[in-house]
Design a protein around this ligand. Structure first.
Ligand SMILES: Cc1cc2nc3c(=O)[nH]c(=O)nc-3n(C[C@H](O)[C@H](O)[C@H](O)COP(=O)(O)OP(=O)(O)OC[C@H]3O[C@@H](n4cnc5c(N)ncnc54)[C@H](O)[C@@H]3O)c2cc1C
Length: 451
């Protein structure tokens, strides 16, 4: 079945890189030898509603396609003692004990061989089968009751094209993300230099604004985007298309609450997109899966040292806390800017308009008052570095969203439409900034951040 989404721009967030480097030391050094594009000191640009933020990659890093990243990691996994990869197999279902209390293995068959099937017994089965996972149906068929999941009906569309370009064009264009145009129904774009002198270009839209998948429409939509400077758009026009555009749709993003079930079978875990899949635009999925892997590592070590009942459900809860909760909140909050986007479930973001306005003014303030990255975390002052750390899942959202920063933004100036709007929204609460943040921020953010 593969991973059809791998055709579309994938970037690994900073926290994911830290975890992969710990689990597979030196993997970044392997990438250039297989064609990966080193980006140390290369330019990255982020275009937001308030302007352009330009930065230079400060540390050793390599840009590459998801396929190359996956192949590199897979080679490292393959040589681990005790690892055996069965290729071309389709998992058909789970095996369960006669008392219905424990998963004891899986049934599978070689893909396409409908007359065959085999069984593998296991002490622990982990469903990592991605967003098309059938775990819900399998558990329900065994009589397990599952809580309602949370959903963002976001109607996201992607369209992607690969280009071949000279080294100079690749350097001039660099990495570009045009983001946060969704509320106006515009497209966004991610442009990444990758292996073998190629440039990866993905257009995206939300709320049913799907980018074109025909060549003319794609090029037209790309040309209509604000790509920082005319020279960049001109440079990109000289690149040679290697593929026709290919589309991908994400109708909903979904957070399962398997951690909340009253009864969960022993010997079963779930992780990655099968547990929660986000709006891909924010690039969280692989990093959340990496945090879950780290959480699992800790939980297994603890369980070996000090076996406890209910290991599986507690591990699922830990994965929610460590990886999913804040990423889901950030993804849902941003998606709700899109017209027509809807949240279904009990844990949707509160105070959405206020927090959107807050974020816009935060970014504006950060662009207008740049400070050295070293002092980024020391004050409540908005900085692009803090936003990047939060979006990179390296610091909790509380670093960006807090009452002190709200007060600062309110005091800053009142002359723009957005700042007037923030004052109006705050006034409507008739509460102090502390009480407003207490009301609109989810419970997980009220825990004090250790500095
Ligand atoms: C368009 C798009 C762009 C994205 N961009 C980014 C990004 O920039 N950064 C980022 O971090 N994330 C991104 N993501 C999310 C990312 O792709 C996922 O979060 C990530 O791949 C999840 O990994 P996973 O192992 O859980 O699932 P997957 O990578 O989807 O892997 C699941 C695997 O299970 C296999 N499988 C499924 N069912 C069965 C079965 N019954 N039997 C056997 N095998 C089975 C599938 O073939 C597949 O190989 C994007 C997603 C999309 C859709």
């Amino acid at each position: 079945m593969g991973t059809p989404q791998a055709f579309h721009v994938h970037r690994l967030l900073p926290r994911g890189k830290v975890i992969l480097e710990r689990l597979f030391p030196g993997y970044i050094d392997d990438l250039p030898s297989v064609g990966g594009y080193p980006i140390l000191k290369k330019t990255a640009r982020m275009v937001k509603k308030w302007g352009v933020f330009q930065s230079f990659q400060p540390e050793k890093d390599v840009s590459c396609s998801r396929a190359l990243l996956e192949q590199t990691i897979r080679q490292r996994v393959q040589i681990l003692p005790g690892v055996r990869i069965l290729e071309g197999q389709e998992v058909l279902g789970l095996r369960i004990s006669t008392d219905n209390a424990a998963i004891t293995g899986i049934t599978l068959r070689p893909r396409g061989e409908i007359d065959q099937h085999a069984t593998i017994t296991a002490e622990l089965v982990i469903d990592a089968s991605g967003r098309t996972s059938k775990l819900t149906q399998w558990l329900q068929a065994f009589g397990y009751e599952l809580p309602e999941n949370e959903q963002v009906i976001s109607s996201i569309g992607y369209s992607t094209r690969f280009y071949k370009a000279s080294k100079q064009i690749i350097e001039d264009v660099g990495t570009i993300v045009v983001d946060e145009m969704q509320e106006e129904g515009k497209m966004g774009v991610g442009i990444l230099p990758i292996e073998n002198d190629r440039v990866w270009v993905t257009l995206f839209g939300i709320g049913g604004h799907f980018p074109s998948t025909d060549v003319h429409g794609f090029e037209q939509e790309l040309a209509n985007l604000h790509l920082v400077q005319a020279e960049i758009a001109d440079a990109l026009k000289q690149a040679q298309p290697l593929t026709t555009p290919r589309g991908y749709r994400v109708p909903i993003c979904e957070r399962h609450r398997y951690d909340r079930v009253e009864r969960w079978p022993a010997g079963l875990l779930v992780m990655g997109d099968a547990f929660c899949h986000f709006d891909p635009i924010y690039g969280q999925g692989m990093t959340v899966a990496a945090v879950e892997a780290e959480t699992l590592e800790g939980a297994l070590l603890e369980q070996q040292r000090n076996p406890q009942p209910d290991f599986e459900r507690r591990t699922l809860q830990r994965m929610q806390e460590a990886a999913i909760t804040s990423a889901w909140w950030l993804s849902a909050l941003n998606d709700l800017r899109g017209s027509g986007v809807e949240y279904k479930g009990e844990e949707g973001p509160q105070g959405v308009q206020l927090l959107h306005c807050y974020l816009d003014l935060y970014f504006k303030y950060a662009l207008e008052h740049p400070v050295a990255p070293a002092s980024a975390l020391k004050t409540c002052q908005p900085t692009v570095a803090k936003l990047a750390l939060m979006n990179g899942l390296l610091v909790p959202p509380k670093e960006v969203f807090n009452a002190s920063t709200l007060t600062l933004l309110l005091e800053e100036e009142t002359s723009t439409d957005d700042s007037r709007r923030l004052h109006e929204l705050v006034d409507a609460y008739n509460l102090s900034p502390e009480a407003i943040m207490e009301q609109v921020l989810p419970a997980f953010m009220r825990i004090t951040v250790a500095r």
